[in-house]
Ligand binder design. Structure first.
Ligand code: FE2
Length: 128
């Protein structure tokens, strides 16, 4: 399977939207990986980019004094710990591909649609 980026996923903040689009691409490379070496490399690239993306969002929230920052940051931390678990499972060969698909899909679609959109709405109301 692969996750298709749709313009409907845009939250209306150009920088974050571009980063989310890049996350979709990296997630798809992970989902398409056929062997352990490729999977490891693609997962590492995804995790690195995810950390940078979350740090970017968190810096933005901090700068704008976003009221729901703590909850949003907690979601990022929980996603990072799930990514760490995926990483460990890739390493020891216990990764279930279907569980991975569900996790990555749920993360991209739900976190973006529910949490990032609220942040973007706040940014628009504050900055513009
Ligand atoms: Fe986020």
């Amino acid at each position: 399977m692969s996750l298709e980026w749709k313009d409907g996923y845009k939250i209306g903040h150009d920088e974050i939207d571009a980063q989310h689009q890049q996350l979709f691409k990296l997630v798809n490379t992970v989902l398409a990986a056929k062997d352990k070496a490729t999977l490891t490399a693609c997962a590492m690239a995804l995790f690195k980019y995810t950390r940078e993306h979350f740090a970017h969002e968190e810096a933005l929230m901090q700068r704008l004094d976003y009221p729901a920052m703590a909850a949003h940051k907690a979601q990022h931390e929980s996603l990072i710990s799930r990514l760490n678990e995926v990483s460990a499972r890739i390493a020891n060969g216990t990764l279930d591909h279907q569980v991975l698909e569900v996790f990555l899909t749920d993360w991209l679609l739900n976190h973006i649609a529910n949490s990032d959109i609220k942040l973007a709405t706040y940014i628009q109301a504050t900055v513009e």
